[in-house]
Design a protein around this ligand. Structure first.
Ligand SMILES: [Zn+2]
Length: 262
């Protein structure tokens, strides 16, 4: 269970609406795609239980003490951020952070430049999720600068606002990523490390909890309250061992076997 100082940061990806094609169809991708109906049910559940939905900036600036809150984040910059999520969040008075892949802007299924600006103008926070979505830990210094620094510049030009928050593609994080992000003016880096964040959590290694296609409403409730994180961590440890042994490409195959197709 969470202490009053702890806040869970939820991580969403593309949302699915009947009749609308998702950006990708492979099982590894679809596992992270949540339906519009389920997303709406999550937000209603949060509201009914007195949770406020916050952007990363708001959650970090004003760590909620004594009242319930979650940070709501989206990775990748899919078009459904604006087409589906924005309105549902707005209707409930919730904030959120949309981490956009700068180099994917304008591709089919992803936000266009106009749509990224629109999200920012609606009051949502635009964060950066790299330039081309590689595993950052595999890159040399020059490539890493493109993904972290140049991507930030591009999104700032697009939105006309500072971009202060970064999330790591595939959750791949190391000290080098954190240092470069800090040097280049970011104020936080989000990972996929399972846990809740407190006022003393390293802001350049924020924990997040993935909401997936198979996440039931009771699981969702539990996640927002910090329940069963040990189970998620155990699963992550098994996968991390597989990654160390196998390297990233083979790891993806092992991951599919460990997590199954659902
Ligand atoms: Zn991603």
């Amino acid at each position: 269970m969470l202490s009053p100082d702890q806040t869970v940061f939820l991580m969403y990806h593309e949302l699915e609406r009947p009749g609308r094609a998702t950006c990708r169809r492979d099982p590894g991708y679809l596992r992270y795609v949540v339906s519009e109906a389920n997303f709406r049910a999550h937000l209603d559940r949060l509201r009914a239980q007195g949770f406020q939905g916050l952007s990363v900036g708001a959650a970090l600036a004003d760590p909620p003490t004594g009242h319930r809150a979650v940070a709501i984040t989206f990775d990748d910059g899919c078009e459904t951020d604006l087409l589906i999520a924005a309105r549902l969040l707005q209707e409930r008075g919730f904030g959120a952070t949309f981490y956009v892949v700068a180099g994917f802007v304008g591709r089919p299924g992803f936000l266009t430049g106009v749509q990224v600006r629109e999200l920012a103008e609606l009051g949502f926070e635009i964060g950066c999720h790299s330039m081309t979505h590689p595993y950052l830990t595999d890159l040399d210094d020059r490539q890493l600068r493109v993904e972290v620094v140049e991507a930030k510049d591009r999104l700032e030009q697009l939105t006309g606002r500072p971009v202060g928050h970064f999330s790591c593609p595939g959750g791949r994080w190391d000290e080098r990523v954190a240092c470069l992000a800090r040097e280049s003016g970011y104020v936080s880096v989000a990972t996929s490390r399972v846990g809740a964040n407190t006022s003393v959590t390293d802001r350049f290694c924020l924990a997040r909890v993935a909401v997936q296609q198979g996440t039931s409403l009771p699981d969702f409730d539990g996640a927002c309250r910090g329940r069963h994180f040990w189970r998620r961590r155990l699963k992550d440890r098994v996968l991390a061992s597989a990654k160390r042994l196998a390297g990233n490409t083979l790891y993806e195959k092992v991951r599919t076997v460990v997590l199954g197709y659902g």
